[in-house]
Write a new protein. Sequence first.
Length: 289
Amino acid sequence: MIRPVFRFAPSPNGLLHLGHALSALMNFELARKAGGRLLLRIEDIDRTRCLPEYEAAIYQDLAWLGIEWEEPARRQSEHFDDYRAALEGLEREGLVYPAFESRGEIVRLVAAREGPGRKPWPTDPDGAPLYPGTARELAPDERARRCASEPYALRLDLQKVLARIGRPLSWNESGEAEPRAIEAMPGRWGDVILGRKETPTSYHLAVVIDDALQGVTHVVRGRDLYEATAVHRLLQELLALPAPVYHHHRLVLDEAGRKLAKSSESTALRALRESGAMPADIRRLVGLI
Ligand code: GLU
């Protein structure tokens, strides 16, 4: 029998909070119930915000909660070659293109297109303005000239990719009352970044490559990543990778009903532990008992 494979995939850019505890505990318990394996993946592609002390805190906090995972954890920063190889393949096929604009420049470009009497510029599901496609339209010699002298990101040419795939995509969601197929709508994200200026990958690319390389069959993660699954399905299709089953769970909210942030001290697992909380208290706080 092939054992189901689950994974918990935190980023070491802050201390884990109650939301991470819910995710990690759900992965652990679902894996155990299914007779499956639990992997831990350290998503540390952001080399400026991810710190070794946060990674050490992840191991401590998870062990304290009583979670057991298979060693060793996969650290994404050690696998840039895997992501680079996938990007090079997409470049060869003309499915990604270099883009030079910063976030601030995109906001300015979009503001210039909005003007009085025009429709508001569309935003992606996270609320960021959709990339206006300016660098996609550059003439080849202009593009080559700029690539030689400026850092650039690689963006997915969404229309080309949708045309290549040529059929609607869906994913299997088991995080709702009834498991069902959800229609993926990657068009809502526009030309997403697959390679960052400073790193040969982005969250979207690294997550689908790693889930496939690690044989992950069940992705259990917060509802905040529900919409991103559309991009993940598109990339899986494009790179001929298998699609896991997805289970997006409820988020743990603060008293004001907002999603927890890593910067908030009061919900950090370490702070709760230091103020005397026990693992059973954490389970209660996240609504597992
Ligand atoms: N690294 C992501 C985070 O910490 C989670 C990625 C995932 O589960 O797909 O939010």
